[in-house]
Write a protein that binds this ligand. Structure first.
Ligand SMILES: Nc1ncnc2c1ncn2[C@@H]1O[C@H](COP(=O)(O)OP(=O)(O)OP(=O)(O)O)[C@@H](O)[C@H]1O
Ligand SMILES: O=C(O)[C@H](O)CO
Length: 523
């Protein structure tokens, strides 16, 4: 078995050769080459939203005049640039920003996850690390994505920097997912502990990120436009890496440079919905009651330019280009995949079935019931930007290999105490579903990966599967259903074919949710 795997690994690295297409060995080789291409395309997806390339695309500086261009706006730099940032990807973003604009940078403060510098160091990612004499001060905090004393210290240093600025200054704000927990500054008398408890309760009761961040904004000095207000009258440019479906700037990291439009009534509805209104601490009631009668009204943000510089859509667009360069007919299906992982897995498997049938038998297609089932499932998932009809139409008549790309963040209802992540669980479920049908002359592969390189509390970014998964697992004595029942997808993939189906990228230094790639290749 080990020897066979060695051969497979060798074949996987071999360039695609027409001589290999045909007999059983050729089929094996082509399917492994497919896995290698899938890996490469996942890496291209992540590569498009790495901090360096993103910042270079977003900013252009004329070194002679000191004119900084961001989108269609120009700013005069003259040793008047300040930088703040908070989020899981902000260390690399700050490094890239200092590299580009360093000669004008006076001072910076960033709040990043505990241990991130050591992790980047040990992963050999020097490009994510600030230089020894950097002007940017780094605070590490918010272990397990929860606001803590260290993050509070960082938030106060960021506020102090912002409040000291004048109308001649430009504040660059770097924002990415995880920013809410890394910028806690509760409005007194609300304490950090009270905010922490409320956040945990809301999350545990299933509040969406929109709901959670509405409450965070109402109780925070810096969220919901508070940071922009603190920096006034300086100009503010926020460069935002989106980790939320649809890229809503007011939700990502709780919109510290976007005026909040929510009322106290909105907050009370949310607290009611999750049964938390009655048990609210007195301090929270006081702050909400005060907001109702605040004579200043919501923060104004006319001096701010908010720019999304990286998103799932941008990452998938790059992967689509790369797939086309490899000879695939590539279509982006959706960048807003949400919903229970079981339904999402059924959707992808049925999609493979319906698209595969159109690819190999353009006249016949899958059964009418299967077509209908696919559209019903898509409707249930309520994916606002889904290009299903377009993707299926593109497949008909292609005859060559097809790659369907999508992204988002499905949810896993944890039932077991196993080890896994939503990408590995999705891949395993899709693999199990694909085993229901014979595939004839077509190679199918599905890959799911977290763009941050870490899927749940595991070392892997995700996994890839093929329709043979169930039978190959059974031959190894592995019962897929039993692993799924305990949310134990990581343990499964570690054992299955010696871990060959796991995606290992290490921490990538970016995060635009997950990427899902479905490949259909006629033999
Ligand atoms: N055993 C498991 N099987 C499947 N999913 C799991 C398991 N344990 C945790 N998860 C999922 O992992 C997720 C938490 O991990 P992770 O930190 O990667 O996601 P996150 O907090 O959404 O962060 P990010 O948005 O940066 O990816 C949750 O969605 C949780 O349901
Ligand atoms: O920090 C947050 O609020 C979430 O990651 C969404 O951006």
């Amino acid at each position: 078995m080990a020897a066979a795997l060695q051969v497979l690994r060798h074949l996987a690295r071999a360039p695609l050769s027409p001589l290999l297409w045909g007999g059983p060995l050729a089929r094996l080789a082509s399917s492994m080459a497919l896995a290698e291409q899938a890996r490469q395309l996942f890496e291209s997806t992540v590569g498009a939203v790495l901090p360096g390339p993103m910042l270079q695309r977003a900013l252009s500086l004329d070194p002679d005049s000191g004119q900084l261009k961001v989108r269609d706006r120009s700013f005069q730099l003259q040793q008047n640039l300040y930088l703040v940032g908070f989020g899981k990807a902000v260390l690399g973003m700050a490094t890239a920003a200092e590299e580009l604009l360093g000669q004008h940078l006076v001072q910076g403060v960033i709040s990043v996850p505990k241990g991130i510098r050591a992790a980047m160091e040990s992963a050999g990612k020097q490009e994510m690390l600030l230089k020894p004499h950097s002007r940017v001060q780094v605070f590490e905090g918010a272990e397990n994505n929860l606001p803590d004393r260290d993050a509070l210290r960082a938030a106060l240093a960021i506020r102090q920097l912002a409040e000291g600025l004048t109308a001649d200054d430009l504040l660059l704000v770097l924002i990415s997912g995880g920013g809410s927990a890394l910028l806690p500054a509760p409005i007194p008398p609300v304490t950090l502990e009270e905010k922490q408890t409320l956040t945990k309760l809301l999350a545990a009761r299933g509040a969406t990120i929109q709901e959670l961040n509405t409450i965070r904004k109402a109780l925070s000095q810096l969220k919901g436009g508070g940071l922009a207000q603190a920096a006034y009258p300086a100009q503010v440019v926020s460069l935002i890496l989106s980790d939320v479906v649809g890229d809503p700037v007011e939700v990502i990291a709780s919109g510290p440079t976007v005026a909040s439009i929510h009322s106290v009534q909105d907050c009370l509805h949310i607290l009611n919905r999750y049964g938390l209104r009655a048990a609210l601490p007195r301090s929270v009631k006081t702050v909400l009651a005060r907001a109702d009668s605040d004579p200043h009204g919501p923060h104004t943000c006319g001096h701010v330019l908010n720019v999304i510089i990286g998103s799932n859509a941008l990452a998938l667009a790059e992967a689509q280009k790369q797939a086309e360069a490899l000879g695939y007919r590539a279509v982006v299906l959706s960048t807003a995949i949400q919903g229970d992982v079981k339904s999402v897995a059924q959707f992808y498997a049925l999609l493979a079935r319906v698209a595969g049938a159109r690819l190999t038998m353009p006249g016949a297609g899958a059964s009418v019931e299967e077509d209908e089932q696919l559209y019903e499932l898509a409707a249930e998932l309520q994916l606002p930007d889904l290009q299903l009809k377009e993707a299926l139409e593109a497949v008909v008549g292609t005859r060559g290999p097809v790659c369907l790309l999508a992204g988002g963040e499905p949810t896993v209802q944890l039932q077991g105490s196993g080890k896994g992540g939503r990408n590995q669980e999705l891949a395993l479920r899709v693999g199990a579903e694909l085993g229901r049908w014979p595939w004839g002359p077509i190679d199918v592969l599905f890959l799911s990966g977290g763009t941050d390189g870490q899927d749940g509390p595991t070392e892997a970014a995700g996994a890839w599967v093929r329709p043979e998964l169930i039978s190959q697992a059974a031959a190894q004595g592995l019962d897929v259903a039993a692993f799924l029942a305990h949310n134990d997808s990581h343990t499964f993939f570690c054992r299955f074919q010696g871990g060959a189906h796991l995606l290992h990228t290490g921490l990538t230094g970016t995060n635009v949710m997950d990427a899902h790639l479905l490949f259909l290749q006629p033999r």
